[in-house]
Design a protein around this ligand. Structure first.
Ligand SMILES: [Zn+2]
Length: 279
């Protein structure tokens, strides 16, 4: 039986850094067992590029949202454009949205309001949403509580300890597991991801950012996702197949991807069934 595919639930394959070899990057990922990709449109310019890539490439889906570093741009007109972009059938989530107190490029009050508005918009549309968080864990939890849990979304690139993981899971959120899990100083993150239920984890690369060891300092790409899967499997004492099967089921369920999960096991999800599922 074919090995279950992996799904990269967060990557930026539309960025210029992939212009020279985008199709080769996708082909390498497929060879490595990555069968589907969520390309994150984090600003109006990127809504176009992310959805265009999704429309032209089997297995690629898109998200649309306004990143917290861009929050100052949010107004009624932008929200109308966001709603329109979300109507594209290849769009599967609102994101990435959230709070970024590290770069602090928009007033925090504005970031919180824009985050809340987009969470409520996602809920109204029946979409899951993808949360970016940096140096703002407490306020992210506060906004999510205000927005009326339980939620359907993912804490992208989960970096936090067990208490934070528990707070996110209690709100209904999934945790996005990426290259950080391989980093030497990420013991807190590993402890949280060892504890969290496997059926609440999804895999991601955040390509071209956050490459796993031993590719740090280089451009990340979805072909490295198996490194993340292997590390998570090792951490939890389960097989790579188990991690692939369950995280792929999670991603299909969370983002409503049009793949047949077959017999409720997920093992029938192969690169081939994805092409069929998209017809
Ligand atoms: Zn991202």
């Amino acid at each position: 039986m074919d090995e279950p595919i992996l799904i990269d639930t967060h990557c930026h394959l539309d960025l210029e850094v992939f212009d020279a070899d985008r199709q080769a990057v996708i082909a390498r990922a497929r060879s490595a067992g990555v069968g589907a990709f969520l390309v994150i449109g984090f600003a109006p310019e990127r809504w176009r590029t992310a959805t265009a890539l999704a429309e032209s490439t089997p297995g690629v889906f898109a998200t649309v949202g306004l990143h917290p570093t861009e929050a100052a741009r949010y107004d009624d007109e932008l929200e109308r454009a966001l709603l329109q972009a979300a109507g594209n059938p290849r769009v599967r989530a609102i994101g990435e949205i959230g709070l970024d107190y590290y770069w602090d490029t928009a007033p925090r009050e504005v970031q919180r309001e824009v985050f809340l508005r987009q969470v409520l918009l996602a809920k109204r549309l029946g979409f899951p949403f993808i949360v970016h968080q940096r140096d703002a864990a407490g306020d992210v939890i506060a906004v999510l509580r205000e927005a009326g849990p339980p939620h359907r979304g993912v804490m992208h690139c989960f970096t936090g300890d067990l208490a934070y993981a528990r707070a996110c899971l209690d709100l209904g959120m999934y945790l996005g597991v990426g290259g950080v899990v391989t980093y030497k100083r990420a013991d807190d993150v590993r402890e949280a991801l060892r504890w969290a239920p496997l059926d609440r984890l999804v895999l991601e690369t955040d390509s071209p950012y956050l490459p796993p060891v031993p590719y740090r300092g280089q451009r990340n790409e979805p072909a490295y996702l198996p490194i993340v899967a292997d590390k998570l499997a090792m951490l939890r004492g389960v097989s790579r197949e188990e991690v692939a099967r369950v995280t792929t089921e999670n991603a299909v369920r969370l983002f409503g991807l049009p793949f047949d999960l077959g017999e409720g096991t997920g093992v029938e999800i192969t690169a081939r069934s994805i092409e069929v599922g998209e017809l």
